[in-house]
Design a protein around this ligand. Structure first.
Ligand code: HEM
Length: 175
């Protein structure tokens, strides 16, 4: 089975890698400006005066937009998980290649768990617009807002370090 996939995909290695790279860029950067230059300053202002109705309104609007904007990242990620294994098979790569083994460890132990949580917070039970539209209590809305904010505070430094490291691993192949 793997041989058949390799036979059919190997001639398109460069094309698959092109697709992999485009979605890698979309996954890596699509929410960075929104997070760093919209969410962070807006939340910092809100935290200075948490009861201020205008700051609460702006915070809510920004986070609901952020939930929506995460769609780009969340289309790109599955595309990485499809094109990556295709590249692995087409190129004959395996975990005996140190760089690839380390890359897979980071994808499985860091990227996938973070993305699963991110999907939930942005599009499923944690989606703020859906909570508001469903007329759920302000408490439920606040809880979802705080959970998502803490998740971003904790996960952002992790991905800001590990994504460039994964790119370094696969471009430089240091081991
Ligand atoms: C999820 C996050 C991922 C990121 C950020 C990522 C990043 C990259 C980058 C930047 C390249 C291009 C390297 C170059 O041009 O030399 C690449 C290539 C590659 N990726 Fe990924 N990738 C990811 C997921 C995966 C997965 C899940 C797999 C396999 C299971 C995979 C397997 C590969 C392979 C085999 C190559 C080709 C290496 C080469 O031809 O030199 N990637 N990846």
């Amino acid at each position: 089975m793997i041989d058949v996939i390799q036979q059919y995909t190997a001639p398109y290695y460069a094309q698959i890698k092109f697709v992999h790279l485009v979605f890698m860029a979309m996954w890596f950067m699509s929410t960075s400006v929104a997070y760093r230059f919209y969410l962070v300053p807006i939340f910092r202002e809100w935290m200075k005066s948490p009861g201020d109705i205008d700051r609460i309104r702006l915070r809510n609007w920004a986070m609901e937009r952020f939930d929506d904007g995460a769609r780009l990242e969340h289309v790109a990620f599955p595309m990485l998980l499809i094109t990556g294994p295709l590249l692995m098979i087409a190129g004959g790569w395996s975990p005996v290649h140190g760089w690839f083994a380390m890359k897979l460890v980071i994808v499985v132990l860091i990227f996938i768990p973070i993305e699963v949580m991110d999907y939930y917070l942005a599009h499923f039970g944690g989606n703020k617009e859906k909570i508001r539209a469903a007329g759920q209590s302000g408490e439920a809305y606040e809880e979802a807002m705080h959970t998502h904010w803490w998740f971003l505070i904790v996960s952002s430094p992790i991905v800001v370090l590990t994504i460039p490291y994964v790119i370094y691993l696969v471009v430089v192949k240091p081991f």
